[in-house]
Design a protein around this ligand. Structure first.
Ligand SMILES: [Zn+2]
Length: 111
């Protein structure tokens, strides 16, 4: 996804995005102090009030390339509510649909 599209997605889905950012902070995934300060600001005040330079830090050091992914299988976007699972728990970078299909195929191989 292009940076500008990601920015628009963060603004238009700010509630869901903030829930994900809160998960990142609560699980101590953010090591960079500057990024952490900006993310906490977004959690408290929303993304609308960020300056351009804060956006650059949030997008280039905060989310991209490791903390915002799209589905490795279908290349569709992954909902914010599933992002943490895709990156840190399942570590498959799959959307829920592809994970379901993949698991089903793996189960079939075991039969
Ligand atoms: Zn997918």
């Amino acid at each position: 996804m292009l940076r500008e599209e990601l920015k628009q997605k963060i603004i238009s889905e700010s509630t869901e995005c903030i829930a994900y950012l809160t998960e990142l902070v609560n699980s101590n995934r953010i090591y960079d102090g500057e990024v952490l300060a900006i993310i906490i600001d977004v959690i408290k005040n929303g993304p609308d009030q960020l300056t351009n330079s804060q956006w650059n830090v949030l997008l280039d050091k905060g989310l991209l390339p490791d903390f915002y992914v799209e589905c490795d299988r279908c290349e569709d976007t992954i909902p914010w509510s599933e992002m943490y699972r895709a990156i840190f728990i399942a570590r498959d970078h799959y959307c829920p649909f592809c994970r379901y299909i993949e698991n089903k195929e793996n189960t079939r191989l075991l039969d």
